[in-house]
Design a protein around this ligand. Structure first.
Ligand code: DAH
Length: 315
């Protein structure tokens, strides 16, 4: 048997012998059935023979397979003139691409990226931002509360507080991240992204703020000089507060972002003396800006993971 196996040189013949040996009506199968009537020595010998035979089949199979492959390789030639298979390449998600583009613009203005946790405590998300408990401005944001009193970050403004607490002044940073609110329709998603800017130093004024906003929007929308309209507004963490509208194609005014001079209480909450330092902050929704730039009308597309959309979204 051993010799017979070694002489076989095709997989078909090997398979046939294997079946004749170990198959339902195989010779070894028949012998194994009689094991009950054997004494211990005979039983052990049969077990050994059975194992050795199986091993032999396995080894021979590998040898034949190898020989077949080597023969095929010898006969084959590489034809470099054939067209390659079409390649389906992955890319970064449009959201990631756009956030990186925004980071690059702000970094070129001297802002450095900072991040913060998406589960925030009350202090960083509200209280330190001059929005203590029972402040009516808390109603401006439909907050997801967690059972332990923490919240899903409703605004990246929390990153301002964390950065000033940790780094002090002067400081020129921007934060990017997901924010959460209980709302859902074509223009509001429960998870969306905000960009936040903060610049605190000596002698920073509102015109520095407007200059940076104008430069940022011009770069992001690839326009020579965007036309802005500055309206008075209210945010608890800035005073004065403004809202910025931008003139869009066709002459329509669009509300783009909130901003203002950092409220003295906010500086004090971060152990910064508002008589020596002042600065500005601004915040805007990334999704809204991206929808405008790329002409999209449903914010939910950003999270839908539809490959056809990802490939054709214009990003
Ligand atoms: N946090 C505000 C919001 O979510 C946006 C904002 C407005 C941020 C004014 C700012 C700011 O830093 O100065 O609606």
């Amino acid at each position: 048997m051993q010799e017979q196996i070694k002489k076989i040189n095709t997989l078909e013949k090997l398979q046939a012998l294997y079946t004749a040996t170990f198959g339902k009506n195989g010779t070894m199968t028949a012998r194994l059935k009689q094991m009950r009537d054997m004494d211990n020595d005979a039983r052990a010998a049969l077990n050994r023979e059975n194992a050795e035979l199986r091993e032999l089949f396995k080894t021979r199979q590998a040898e034949i397979e190898n020989a077949v492959m080597m023969a095929a390789l010898k006969g084959e030639k590489l034809d470099p003139s054939l067209n390659p298979m079409p390649e389906n390449r992955g890319t970064l998600h449009p959201v990631t691409q756009s956030l990186r583009e925004i980071s690059a613009i702000l970094e070129s203005f001297g802002y450095s990226l900072r991040t913060g946790p998406e589960i925030e405590d009350d202090w960083h998300n509200f209280t330190a931002l001059n929005t203590p408990a029972h402040h009516p401005a808390r109603d401006m944001q439909d907050t997801f509360f967690l059972p332990n009193g923490n919240v899903m970050r409703t605004q990246t403004s929390a990153i301002q507080i964390r950065s000033m607490e940790k780094e002090g002044v002067p400081i020129k940073i921007f934060g990017i991240g997901s924010t959460y609110r209980k709302e859902m329709d074509a223009t509001h998603a429960p998870q969306f992204r905000q960009i936040e800017g903060l610049y605190v130093d000596k002698n920073i004024t509102m015109s520095d703020l407007i200059g940076d906003i104008r430069a940022f929007l011009s770069a992001f929308f690839e326009m020579d000089n965007v036309e802005l309209r500055i309206r008075p507004s209210y945010f608890p963490f800035t005073d004065p507060s403004i809202e910025v509208d931008m003139k869009w194609h066709g002459g329509k005014w669009l509300e783009i972002m909130g901003a203002g001079m950092v409220h003295p209480n906010v500086l004090r909450n971060c152990n910064i003396d508002p008589d020596k330092y002042q600065g500005f902050a601004f915040g805007f929704g990334w999704d809204r800006l991206a929808m405008l730039k790329y002409g999209l009308d449903d914010i939910r597309e950003f999270s839908a993971s539809d490959v056809r959309w990802l490939k054709n979204s214009g990003f």
